[in-house]
Write a protein that binds this ligand. Structure first.
Ligand code: PMP
Length: 407
């Protein structure tokens, strides 16, 4: 398609086009850097050995396959909460339910808001719908999730294209100017699509601005472990907000850090302050879930429960998460070095400054179109590179291609 066609497509639609075009491209050198799923150094999907081991143990038990309760698997949920908030630090009065991965957690949060948070004039978007503010840009699916749930969607300043980093001042200004009572969605770590996260100091300022403006923080944590390699470190922003006294709502995904993409493993938790309110919110979440999917899926949560329930297997899992994060970080360094080797004199420091699975390369839709047409290198039109698709075998060719279209 022409560069213009690229601009007309939303990032979500474009991802489908990328996969389609990649599949049809006969080039043996083709590279798919569109999909946000981890790949090993051969470019193959990766099943974590700890998860394989858990699966063998679970299978050997020949368990039944009865329905889970609407709220989900209790053992999994308690371990998921420990993982997010810290063992022994799970807030009192926390309502939590299992969800259809991170997407389902965001959607259920949106459903909850649409049912109960509307009608507050100050927080209303259009037509009395509760307002959810997303970073600009955000994961391509966020706006549709919250709109379809019945919320109004707005944005706040986040990424600054000229510096390829966080525009903290703009972000704080927009948060302070936001209507009181609105919900602000924050990526807990490894921001998708930019790879740009606030540092600890910035999180402190953001926490204060959210409190001053009377906003409700909703964290989306889809990459816990992918930023630093340590899931506890990557949960720092969430834990900071809890410590600062916010009533945090948290959407968790186990797609990336457990590699359980297709099993749809996730959780939504809502801080309510006391046990009675938590029971009421849990019950309302079940009332929302029941006519939507009836019961959440069973197999994936058994695997997480098994991994996190066994100290040795959990330690192995932590090493494997660190291994994924390290491989991606290594590919960032390798890409910058290969770009220099290819003769590029452009400033690519942002490739290593950004973190998590993605690099917001700064390449235009036009340049992305040339990468696909001339080099069989496919990424989304916003210039987002899924670093997980970069390997020691293709990094040289990728650098050559990127240099050719950016010089
Ligand atoms: N939030 C963000 C920011 C994401 O990038 C993703 C996955 N691309 C998700 C949520 C949800 O993914 P899943 O539904 O597989 O957990």
């Amino acid at each position: 398609p022409s560069p213009l066609a690229y601009e007309r497509l939303s990032a979500a639609t474009w991802l489908l086009v990328v996969c389609f075009a990649f599949g049809r491209d006969p080039s043996p050198r083709k590279i798919n850097l569109g999909v946000g799923a981890y790949r090993d150094d051969d470019g193959a999907p990766y099943v974590l050995p700890s998860v394989r081991e858990a699966e063998a143990r679970v299978t050997a038990r020949a368990l039944n396959m009865e329905y889970l309760p609407v709220a989900g698997h209790a053992g999994f949920l308690s371990k998921a909460m420990d993982l997010a908030y810290g063992e022994g630090a799970v807030p009192e009065g926390l309502a939590s339910v299992q969800t259809l991965s991170g997407t389902g957690a965001c959607r259920l949060a949106g459903d909850l808001l649409a049912r109960f948070a509307g009608g507050d004039k100050a927080a209303d978007g259009a037509d009395g719908r509760p307002l959810v503010l997303l970073p600009n840009p955000s994961w391509a699916n966020h706006a549709a999730i919250f709109r379809d749930a019945g919320c109004a969607v707005g944005t706040y300043t986040y990424y600054e294209p000229s510096t390829k980093s966080l525009n903290l001042e703009g972000m704080l200004r927009d948060l302070r100017d936001a209507p009181r009572g609105a919900t602000v969605l924050l990526h807990a770590c490894a921001h998708n699509p930019t790879g740009v996260d606030p540092d600890a100091e910035a999180w402190g300022e953001i926490s204060a601005a959210v409190a001053d403006a009377g906003l409700h923080p909703l964290f989306d944590m889809a990459y816990q472990g992918f930023t630093s390699g340590d899931p506890a470190v990557d949960a720092a922003a969430v834990r900071r907000f809890v410590a600062d006294g916010h009533a945090v709502v948290l959407a968790q995904s186990f797609s990336k850090n457990f590699g359980l993409y297709g099993h749809r493993v996730g959780a939504l938790s809502v801080m309510t302050g006391d046990a009675a309110a938590a029971a009421a919110v849990s019950s309302q979440l079940c009332i929302l879930g029941r006519p939507s999917y009836s019961n959440p899926p069973l197999h994936g949560v058994r695997l997480v429960d098994e991994v996190l329930g066994d100290a040795a297997l959990a330690a192995q899992w932590r090493e494997e998460v660190a291994g994924m994060a390290t491989r991606i970080a290594g590919m960032r360094t390798a890409l910058v070095a290969a770009l220099a080797d290819a003769g590029s004199t452009a400033d690519w420091r942002h490739v290593t400054d950004q973190n998590g699975m993605f690099c917001y390369s700064g390449m235009s839709a036009d340049t992305v179109a040339r990468l696909a047409a001339e080099w069989s290198v496919y990424l989304t039109s916003n210039g987002r590179i899924s670093m997980a698709g970069v390997t020691s075998k293709n990094v040289g060719y990728l650098a050559e291609a990127m240099h050719a279209v950016t010089k």
